[in-house]
Design a protein around this ligand. Structure first.
Ligand code: ZN
Ligand code: MN
Length: 151
């Protein structure tokens, strides 16, 4: 059994525990979040699922995301471009976003996060939650722009 399946099972068990009915559409949104390996917006999730679930609406997707968020199954990210994205990785982590193609990538850093430690030392705060997004050009876009220069 793959990692993401056991995470999906855990999430489903949590919904059941809270007596939240797992409708086909709710399951589809949950499964998408745990298998997309990205940071989709409501619209992206809707577009990916509406071909299979023809009665799905953006509002339904959003309402389900809200339920999942409330239970701590996913995180809502508010980014510099003011788009709301959703993340199935709920552990605190950093993101880098490409200013060219928009891809958002998770950054794995040693624990505890060096930036968090530095900020705690500088401010005396006990940091509990953080959301860090750095922006730049991703390796794929860098490669493409280099090719344009070469050719
Ligand atoms: Zn890019
Ligand atoms: Mn992430």
């Amino acid at each position: 059994m793959s990692m993401e399946h056991s995470e999906l099972d855990t999430a489903m068990a949590k919904l059941k525990q809270q007596n939240i009915r797992l409708t086909p559409q709710r399951f589809a949104v949950l499964e998408y979040m745990y298998t997309c390996h990205g940071h989709p917006t409501v619209e992206e999730i809707y577009k990916a699922l509406v071909t299979k679930y023809r009665h799905l609406s953006v509002a339904t997707v959003y309402n389900n995301l809200r339920v999942f968020k409330k239970l701590g199954l996913i995180k809502e990210l508010t980014n510099g471009d003011s788009s709301r994205r959703y993340d199935a990785v709920t552990k605190e982590h950093y993101h880098v976003t490409c200013t060219n193609c928009g891809v958002m990538v998770d950054v794995e850093l040693p624990e505890p996060s060096p930036l968090k430690v530095q900020i705690e030392q500088a401010t005396g705060f006990a940091i509990e939650i953080y959301q860090v997004e750095m922006q730049g050009v991703c390796p794929d876009c860098l490669k493409k722009s280099n090719q344009l220069i070469v050719n």
